[in-house]
Ligand binder design. Structure first.
Ligand code: ADP
Length: 245
């Protein structure tokens, strides 16, 4: 479903991702872990082309884009982007739109889908994330956990092959983390392909098929979730996991 080859990303002279290679199969859940500044968010943003890689190749679904040699066209970027849906740390809902208006916006304007179809999809997905009864509320009337569940439904509305989550619970009060993780766990059970940046190691152990440990712009170690988290091979992975307790 995803193949990344020799991906490099710099911000000015600062190399943030160096020769990243990995693949994710359909239905797999991958968690990206690692210290702050190791490049996890940048890698996720490259997959959605919110950051433009300096070089390397990204393939998602049927779309392959090679970065670097010549300018990548807007068409290539939007075709690649259409395969993934992104959920951010800070929800990013439209404040002046209701929950339902937030989630139907993209399918109506981007896909030009029929409103009755989109509303039916919206109802289904809001029920799935437990937010249907709040459909007419504005984001500021919702808790952070509720806003994040709406953000997940909004990303799902575009029917993406891959869901990308960037620390989806790190802006939440501890008591609201569980409701968001449960929704993501449910998606995992349904076979949704996902890449998740997270600091929630117990969650990673439960839902991830594979875990990638990143440090200094490299994937230092990758492995099956339980194996890597319980028996890390690399010293840097061990140190990181020990620090977390
Ligand atoms: P992580 O998600 O692992 O905390 P990031 O991908 O956010 O790491 O950041 C990796 C490195 O890239 C850091 O050194 C960070 O300062 C730098 N960086 C991230 N975004 C930008 C940006 N927009 N401009 C310049 N440097 C950036």
């Amino acid at each position: 479903m995803i193949n990344v080859s020799k991906l490099n990303k710099k911000f000015d002279d600062n190399t943030v991702l160096e020769s990243i290679d990995f693949s994710v199969e359909k239905g797999e859940v991958v968690c990206l872990i690692g210290p702050s500044g190791s490049g996890k968010t940048t890698l996720l943003r490259c997959l959605n082309v919110l950051e433009l890689p300096n070089s390397g190749t990204i393939t998602i679904g049927e779309k392959k884009v090679k970065f670097g040699a010549k300018n990548v066209s807007k068409k290539d970027i939007s075709e690649l982007r259409a395969y993934s849906g992104m959920v951010f740390q800070g929800f990013h809902l439209f404040p002046h739109k209701t929950v339902m208006e937030n989630i139907i916006e993209a399918p109506l304007t981007v896909k030009k889908a029929r409103k009755s179809t989109v509303l039916a999809d919206g109802e289904k997905l809001l029920k799935k994330v437990g937010m249907f009864e709040h459909k007419d509320k504005y984001p500021d009337a919702l808790s952070g956990g509720q806003q994040q569940r709406v953000a997940i439904a909004r990303a799902l509305m575009m029917n993406p092959d891959v869901m990308l989550f960037d620390e989806p619970t790190s802006a939440l009060d501890p008591q609201l983390v569980g409701e968001v993780l449960r929704v993501i766990e449910e998606l995992a059970k349904e076979g949704q392909t996902m890449v998740i940046v997270t600091h929630e190691m117990n969650f990673a152990k439960r839902v991830a098929d594979k875990v990638f440990f990143m440090d200094g712009g490299f994937i230092v170690e990758e492995g099956k979730a339980r194996e890597l988290l319980e028996h890390p091979k690399e010293a840097r992975t061990r140190e990181f996991l020990q620090l977390l307790g």
